[in-house]
Design a protein around this ligand. Structure first.
Ligand SMILES: C=C(O[C@H]1C=CC=C(C(=O)O)[C@@H]1O)C(=O)O
Ligand SMILES: [Mg+2]
Length: 451
């Protein structure tokens, strides 16, 4: 049997929707899908004009583009974890289909203000998804009968399918002309902050604070977030790549090496990723730099604190937790990190909400102890992190995956906001940590500008 091309696949999905009937005991959330011949996933997403638009690619061969939504969970100003947990439990009970997924994110700091459309937590059940798993592609539609009756929901789904645009090839992005750049905190303030955190009295109680910086680039031209993400993906294919765009005016994209966790039923995979150096100009130099990183006390301490904390918070939720004793080196296009894998077997009944609460933010982006580091960041950093260093991904009852939204950018009209942080521990020096921030921006800057 030949797999249908996109127009035929849309037609057969349309027929499926038209002939759908709700059985007396069927779930109120239903997913219908058809196989489709290969389509470049990001290019398809970039061609669409419906919002929200979501892109997700984890470390395996699965890639997803989602558009529109049939349920939107937005937690703007006031959210408490109890309300969030109740909503989460409710959704979990509405469908037994393992393929139904909620995509979204949680801000870095749920107790501080966040970005307008992104809020403190924002998840969607998409209307339409294009999913690639290896070489297999499928187009799917979700129907949500919890709020609309059958005919209304079917009409909505049909309209969304009709509104789909054909994919166009992505044009390589032009280099942008920078009209201005500003850093918050600036270099002077960065020195002050690092010196405060590394003061022996402070560090005795708070051994790690991950300080970060917002770099704003002023531009005159339009930058397509999906084209930018596609290029970024090409540079760091071993990273997670994702993007969320809730309206035309702002898109958050990330090409992050850091997994928060991957859960399959009760099996959990997570990691400690912290400690950084640059890549060498040749293989020999690269190897020497990696060895230096492995031997370096400050970087080892940075990573070890993350590993220990993750093990500690997972212990009460798990029957078993195992973490690599010795780190390995995780290489990206411009930098390399220390990495330790961690695996856990969760206790029965532990859910994603509890996992995010326990794990996020890890000391790779927050610090240690969590509350004291978060307070310092909240009071001193001088800008709102929003979803930078937040947790983004998807979940359902059976499986989930979340990445830590570092190496990320918020694209707005006339402005690109870039973020970079560095773990400040005993032995950190302000100048070196500032250079580490610059190194973390190199890949995205090399795509955007003539470096
Ligand atoms: C907070 C960031 O990186 C974290 C992840 C890996 C290495 C890090 C470091 O060496 O400082 C950071 O903890 C960032 O890139 O914004
Ligand atoms: Mg570091």
């Amino acid at each position: 049997m030949t797999i249908p091309m996109l127009p035929q696949a849309i037609k057969s999905l349309t027929d499926k929707i038209k002939s759908f009937t709700l059985q007396p005991n069927s779930d109120p959330i239903v997913q219908l899908s058809v196989a489709v011949a290969p389509i470049p996933v990001i290019a398809w997403l970039a061609a669409q004009t419906t919002y929200p638009r979501v892109y997700w690619k984890g470390r395996d061969t699965e890639e997803i583009a989602a558009i529109g939504c049939c349920k939107d969970f937005f937690f703007g100003d006031d959210i408490d974890d109890i309300a969030l947990s109740l909503e989460y439990q409710k959704q979990r009970s509405l469908s037994s289909n393992q393929e139904i997924r909620y995509y979204g994110g949680v801000a870095f700091d749920r107790r501080n203000e966040s970005w307008k459309e992104f809020g403190k937590a924002h998840f969607v059940l998409p209307r339409i998804e294009l999913r690639r798993s290896g070489n297999e592609f499928k187009l799917l539609v979700n129907l949500n009968f919890t709020e609309n009756e059958l005919s209304v929901e079917i009409d909505n789904a049909l309209q969304s399918l009709q509104a789909l645009d054909a994919p166009k090839p992505l044009a390589p992005p032009n280099k942008v002309a920078l009209m201005g750049r500003s850093d918050r905190p600036d270099k002077h303030r960065w020195h002050e902050l690092v010196n405060r955190v590394t003061h022996p009295k402070f560090i005795e109680d708070t051994p790690k604070v991950v300080l970060s910086r917002l770099t704003q680039l002023e531009i005159n031209e339009e930058v397509d977030p999906w084209t930018l993400l596609a290029c970024w993906q090409g540079r760091n294919p071993n990273s997670f790549q994702f993007g969320f765009q809730f309206s035309p005016d702002s898109a958050f994209i990330s090409c992050t090496p850091e997994r928060l966790y991957r859960r399959r039923q009760r099996e959990l995979f997570t990691e400690a990723l912290a400690g950084t150096t640059v890549r060498g100009l040749n293989q020999e130099e690269d190897k020497a730099l990696a060895q230096e990183l492995l031997d370096d006390t400050k970087n080892s301490h940075e990573n070890q604190l993350v590993r220990q904390h993750i093990v500690n918070v997972l212990n009460p939720l798990s029957n078993y937790v195992g973490a690599e004793e010795t780190p390995t080196v995780f290489k990206l296009s411009h930098i390399q990190h220390l990495h330790r894998s961690i695996r856990a077997e969760l206790k029965a009944g532990v859910n994603d909400f509890q996992l995010i609460q326990a794990l996020h933010p890890t000391p790779a982006v927050g610090g240690l102890p969590k509350d004291s580091a978060m307070n310092f960041i909240r009071q001193q950093e001088g800008y709102v992190r929003g979803w930078y260093a937040g947790a983004c991904g998807y979940f359902n009852k059976y499986e989930s995956e979340f990445a830590v939204a570092i190496r990320s950018a918020l694209i707005e009209p006339g402005r690109i906001n870039l973020f970079a942080g560095a773990g400040i521990v005993s032995g950190s020096e302000a100048d070196k940590e500032w250079t580490e921030l610059e190194n973390k921006l190199k890949t995205i800057l090399s795509i955007l500008t003539e470096l």
